[in-house]
Design a protein around this ligand. Structure first.
Ligand SMILES: Nc1ncnc2c1ncn2[C@@H]1O[C@H](COP(=O)(O)OP(=O)(O)OP(=O)(O)O)[C@@H](O)[C@H]1O
Ligand SMILES: Cc1ncc(COP(=O)(O)O)c(N)n1
Length: 540
């Protein structure tokens, strides 16, 4: 077992010093004569979590409005804020009522935010009335935030109006202040003051006219078209009469969970553009995220009408909702987890007899011989950890630990070969079982699990040694041996091994962390069995 047997030789102690592009984008120019070479201007990159403000209405069912916006902003890596323009009485089946608080109160909310917070992007949704549009407009003109995305919400999926008919003109003028507008087909038609597009080419052409006449980028959304496709296009005709059109393919998902898709997409876009400054990449990424979230919406089982999307489906699946432990918590938890096994080691006959000096010499020599056999292959597993290590420091640590084991093994042979037959024993079943566990773990190639399996040889041995070495005295038959347990370099190497493994476990997924703990516990059991096997050998 203990690689550090004979640590006084500095063998294992040698290790102590080791401390040593837009997905889905089909390219530029979606339609004849619309290709353009002009470079799309970029918003400067914000080197932090983007602070994104949603100015929108409240949807108590949580699928659209500010509720959807805040979820989308968070799901796409932003810090969300919300100033509420209107309260709706709404569920997945429709809108039952709208209450618009005094517009001055909205202005107070906006001022409170801009007085205090640097706003990296503003997303605008439901504005309800001409008065509200006016308040938002004058605040934007004064603040001039770096990025404004407008989802010109006019009519809900359910068919209910969310903007007074007479406010449409004011909203159209607001479009001019924005960097990007994301209308659905009927909304684009109203902004263009034209009949609604019926085909994809008509839609892109209309978006180009709006872009040119309002001086704004337009995301033309194909969600309301029929057919198996649900494409979108980023259309930029601001710089002349040759629009830049970047198309994004999409497959129509067969679901009724489309409530709030427009709100969610525009908020995701505001967040990603503020974060990266890359418009096309942001549209591609938002659309891929939206499709994943639409697909997962039905499983939420919210309402019986047009249900919400699941904004966090991808995050829950890939990241989970379990808070990761700190390395210190891993250390404490793992040590507590093997407390019972450690008590069995301490209370076992071998450790007790080694400590009080009553251990039969034949048992002791047999134990050292098994240790030498163990170290040979433990060194191979350490070398494999060095091969897999992600950093030079960890590679050096495991490699020097491996070397230390081989040196120790050679020293054991040199010192005890005079004991002839006893030291020449074949590996016992217990030794073989421990080594098979380590070598199989190494063969599986998972670095984190392997080093977790290697750890008890450091940690348990150091722990047992801390109680044994004070028992050494001149009359003690194994005094030299017990003294080796006090080796400072081995204590440092143990600390380093624990630090490496605990940090890896804290960073790992819950599944890998669990596999690491299992490997650690299994090795601790092998440590216990290794001690136990050496007691009473001389009698058998
Ligand atoms: N069934 C669907 N499958 C895949 N994507 C969809 C589907 N429905 C909508 N989308 C996508 O959702 C986004 C919003 O599309 P849509 O044209 O429906 O906007 P909207 O009408 O403003 O949304 P909202 O439903 O919030 O009012 C677009 O990217 C569109 O392609
Ligand atoms: C407060 C609020 N804002 C926006 C929408 C539009 O979303 P949808 O068209 O999906 O109903 C909505 N229903 N409610």
């Amino acid at each position: 077992m203990s690689a550090e047997d004979l640590v006084s030789g500095g063998a294992l102690g040698a290790g102590a010093g080791a401390g040593a592009g837009a997905a889905g984008a089909s390219g530029v120019a979606g339609m004849a004569g619309m290709a353009g070479a002009s470079r799309v201007p970029r918003v400067p990159r914000v080197p932090r979590v983007p602070r994104v403000l949603s100015i929108a209405g409240s949807d108590p069912s949580g699928g659209a409005g500010i509720q959807a916006d805040l979820k989308s902003i968070a799901a796409n890596g932003g810090y969300g804020m919300a100033a509420i323009t209107a309260l709706t009485v709404q569920n997945t089946q429709g809108v039952r009522g709208v209450h618009v608080p005094p517009a001055e109160f909205l202005r107070e909310q906006l001022d409170a935010l801009s007085d205090d917070v640097t706003i990296d992007a503003v997303k605008i949704g439901m504005l309800a009335t001409t008065e509200v549009v006016g308040v938002v407009r004058s605040w934007l003109e004064e603040l001039q935030p770096p990025l404004i995305v407008l989802d010109p919400v006019m009519v809900a999926t359910s068919g209910d109006r969310l903007l007074d008919a007479e406010a449409e003109l004011a909203l159209r003028e607001l479009v001019r202040l924005c960097d990007l507008v994301t209308p659905n087909i009927p909304e684009l038609a109203i902004i263009a003051a034209e009949p609604a597009a019926e085909t994809w080419p008509e839609l892109v052409a209309q978006a180009a006219r709006v872009s040119a006449s309002y001086g704004v980028r337009v995301l033309a959304k194909g969600g309301h078209l029929s057919g198996a496709e649900a494409p979108d296009a980023l259309v930029d005709a601001r710089l002349g009469n040759v629009p830049v059109v970047t198309e994004f393919d999409g497959i129509r998902i067969d679901t009724s969970n489309t409530h709030g898709t427009g709100c969610s997409l525009s908020s995701a876009l505001a967040t990603l553009i503020a974060g990266t400054g890359d418009w096309a990449a942001a549209v591609g990424e938002s659309k891929r995220w939206l499709s994943e979230s639409i697909r997962a919406g039905a499983a939420l089982q919210v309402g019986s009408g047009h249900g919400p999307i699941n904004h966090f489906a991808g995050l829950w699946q890939r990241g989970g909702v379990v808070t990761a432990p700190t390395p210190a918590e891993v250390r404490e938890h793992w040590w507590a987890e093997v407390a019972g096994i450690r008590a069995q080691i301490d209370g076992g006959d071998f450790v007790r007899a080694l400590g009080d000096g009553s251990l039969d010499r034949a048992d002791f020599v047999w134990y050292l011989a098994q240790d030498a056999l163990y170290l040979r292959d433990y060194a191979r597993a350490l070398a494999e950890a060095a091969r897999l290590a992600p950093t030079a420091a960890e590679q050096a640590f495991w490699a020097s630990s491996a070397e230390g084991c081989i040196v120790t093994e050679l020293q054991l042979h040199e010192s005890w070969s005079a004991d002839g037959e006893l030291f020449g024993a074949a590996p016992s079943a217990t030794t073989t079982a421990y080594l098979n566990h380590l070598l199989a773990t190494a063969a599986r190639g998972d670095y984190a699990v392997l080093v977790a399996a290697l750890l008890p040889c450091f940690w348990v041995y150091h722990d047992v040694g801390s109680r044994l070495h004070p028992l050494a005295h001149t009359e003690h038959p194994y005094s030299d041996w017990l003294t080796t347990y006090a080796d400072k370099e081995f204590a440092d190497a143990t600390e380093q091994a624990i630090t490496i493994v605990a940090a890896l476990a804290a960073d790992a997924t819950p599944q890998v962390r669990e596999a690491m703990l299992s490997a650690f516990v299994a090795s601790t059991e092998h440590e216990r069995d290794f001690f136990a096997a050496a007691f009473g050998v001389a009698l058998t």
